[in-house]
Design a protein around this ligand. Sequence first.
Ligand code: AHM
Ligand code: MG
Length: 340
Amino acid sequence: MREKHITLGEFIIDKQEEFKYSSGELSKLINSIRLAAKVVNYEVNKAGLVDILGATSTINIQGEQQQKLDAYANEVFMQALINREIVCGIASEEDDNYITIKGKNNDNNNKYVVLMDPLDGSSNIDVNVSVGTIFSVYRRITPPGTPVQEVDFLQKGSQQVAAGYVVYGTSTMLVYTTGHGVNGFTLNPAIGVFYLSHPNMEYPKDGTIYSINEGNYVHFPQGVKDYLKYCQKEEGDRPYTSRYIGSLVSDFHRNMIKGGIYIYPTSTKAPKGKLRLLYEANPMAFIAEQAKGAATDGYMRTMDIQPTSLHQRVPFFCGSINMVKKVNEFMAKYPNDANY
Ligand code: AHM
Ligand code: MG
């Protein structure tokens, strides 16, 4: 008998009844992301060929120079979501403020807000290294019929209804969860179709890979330094292997498949860490937990952190469950570092 190849489109339809208040909106939302991912994939793949590289003159809210492709990806994902009138608001790494979207009849009746990093790791584009898109979806908490408010975006990660990423790598993959496990789909670029290639993705409980920018070692908190020394010690399955692409989505994706931990801690250079809670740490934390891994700030569960602002940063420790537990034990010896 021939094996059935399930496409992402079929998968979304099949799974629609799993959503609690299903009215098809979340399915449409994931479909919009699927479409935008294909468009961005096409541009990312030809980035080396055309004169799209190089920085634009605009500086984003984080004070970083925006690459042209970031701006392009932002536009594509925004438009895909806006055109379908299925979300009431979007917040993006590339924009200082969230945007409000009216529904079909100008009614503000849409239920979902999306937070996203349209092209993460974009300093890697110029050198032909993988980049990614990260997205996070919540139900609004203000009443439908009124314009969306900042509080709709400042929800704890535990309230997410969906989260996912696209990795534009040797193959392009879309990986997402709606709270019922994690599934990965690989794009066949010849026909522009995502196929279910990685059903029910799970982190190995233990791993031997650690991913951290060790160049910042001297600036790290003592708990992280101690943990790195532990990783490097010759004992049992150690020393572990160090792997760091510098592209969160790619580092995360590899670690989820092979078993490992990703760490971006606080440092004297970045006292609150670098990654953004709402559209980098929380969506990855949701995926990690759904894949039987874990994510913390070194002390508490990432998804229990109460957000206070849209672009807030957090330290991030994410990966195989036993590795995250271990590093948290090291951090617990320095409780003062929890007050970042
Ligand atoms: P970005 O949103 O500006 O692309 O920054 C996020 C990226 C992550 O993908 C990556 O893990 C990290 O920054 C790398 O930072 P560093 O170069 O400091 O190691
Ligand atoms: Mg980013």
